[in-house]
Design a protein around this ligand. Structure first.
Ligand code: 13P
Ligand code: SF4
Length: 349
């Protein structure tokens, strides 16, 4: 596995990526979202060869979000949460192509922060329902309306938004840094777009601001109920409960920790506890099961269709045919980049 200078130290240890099929099979067998047969794993090995060859020819780097299919995580050079992927993309210097195994807004973010690279999304169906819940025209109208009421209004957008929405925003946040970023703002009145659950999580931690939520939510996290989490906890009271902030507030209330996806990985690795209930999209428990085999990860999860639509064949075809290229018009990219750079500044150090 080639090592890139921009690999981040807290990503998975890809030096350990297995060459041997029996080890890969053993590792993928710990995944519970899919049942892999030996034939499947043989197929993956063949595709890995092709992908590694194409990656060399194209001088590409493959990055993947934590929720992606496990066989794709195994061929990625870097795996992370939205914040890590944005930072990683911004620092790509020696690769010409960023093969982005994530959803559309993530690939768009990579293009915004690193416009001189070619950014490819292997399957255009990988959108995000939460990002789609805030159309830019509706947001522009809401901003105009609220500005009449509050002259100090700041527009804070979650990274799960389109480039056009980022361009209308003062600053961007991710699930890993939302409260920290909001605290740095001098403004009292904040329109928080588009996730009302993350907005509520921020409002609980930053009590001196007036947080006005956009009424969006993620259909995956919204399906998880407190009753379901309680039932699992009652059956196994030892479980430490990790919840993603896109979950409903009544689910977040039951958590031992509310964390971004990579925050959960770090927490699970570092905490002395050995049994965790992982309340988010199911891919996260799969990554943990592969990477932390000595601990138990119970699933309190739902599947995101958008994160699962991309296959290993799509990744191969995308590198082979240099598709699907993500473009962001400069008049949108520049203000969107400004909002993203403000987030990087607010959280550096
Ligand atoms: P993270 O930034 O925590 O990885 O979350 C991204 C996402 O889309 C969660 O649904
Ligand atoms: Fe979007 Fe929700 Fe899927 Fe994350 S889990 S990509 S927020 S739809």
């Amino acid at each position: 596995m080639p090592h890139h200078s921009y690999l981040m130290p807290h990503g998975p240890d890809f030096a350990k990526v297995r060459k041997d099929m029996s080890t890969l099979f053993e590792e993928l067998s710990r995944v519970t979202t899919y049942e892999y047969t030996e034939d499947d794993v043989r197929g993956f090995e063949t595709l890995y060869e092709e992908i590694r060859e194409l990656k060399k020819q194209r001088n590409a780097v493959i990055v993947a979000h934590n929720y992606y299919r496990p066989e794709i995580l195994k061929v990625a050079d870097f795996v992370g949460d939205s914040l890590e992927l944005a930072l990683m993309a911004a620092n790509v210097k020696d690769a010409d192509i960023i093969e982005f195994c994530g959803v559309h807004f993530m690939a768009e973010t990579a293009k915004i922060v690193n416009p001189s690279r070619t950014v490819l999304l292997p399957n255009l169906l990988a959108g995000c329902q939460l990002a789609d819940s805030a159309p830019a025209e509706q947001l522009a109208a809401r901003i105009a309306e609220l500005k009449q009421q509050y002259d100090d209004l700041a527009v804070v957008s979650y990274v799960n938004t389109t480039a056009a929405v980022k361009a209308l925003s003062d600053i961007i946040v991710t699930s890993a840094n939302a409260a920290k970023v909001v605290r740095t703002l001098p403004n009292k009145n904040i329109l928080f777009v588009p996730d009302r659950n993350l907005a509520s999580h921020v409002a609980q931690q930053v009590t001196d601001k007036n947080i006005i939520p956009w009424e969006g939510f993620c259909y995956v996290h919204q399906q998880i109920t407190p009753a379901e989490v309680q039932r699992i906890r009652e059956a196994d009271p030892e479980l430490e409960i990790l919840v993603h902030p896109e979950c409903r507030p009544d689910v977040a209330k039951l958590a031992d920790a509310v964390l971004s996806t990579s925050g959960m990985v770090k927490w699970a690795k570092e905490r002395p506890a050995s049994r965790f209930l992982v309340v988010t999209e199911c891919g996260l428990s799969d990554r943990l099961a592969m990477e932390v085999p000595d601990k138990t990860f119970v699933k309190g999860c739902k599947l995101c269709t958008f994160m699962k639509v991309t296959t290993l064949e799509d990744v191969r075809d995308s590198l082979r045919d240099v598709k699907y290229e993500i473009e962001v018009p400069e008049e949108i990219r520049l203000p969107a980049d400004r909002a993203l750079q403000r987030m990087f500044e607010a959280t550096s150090g």
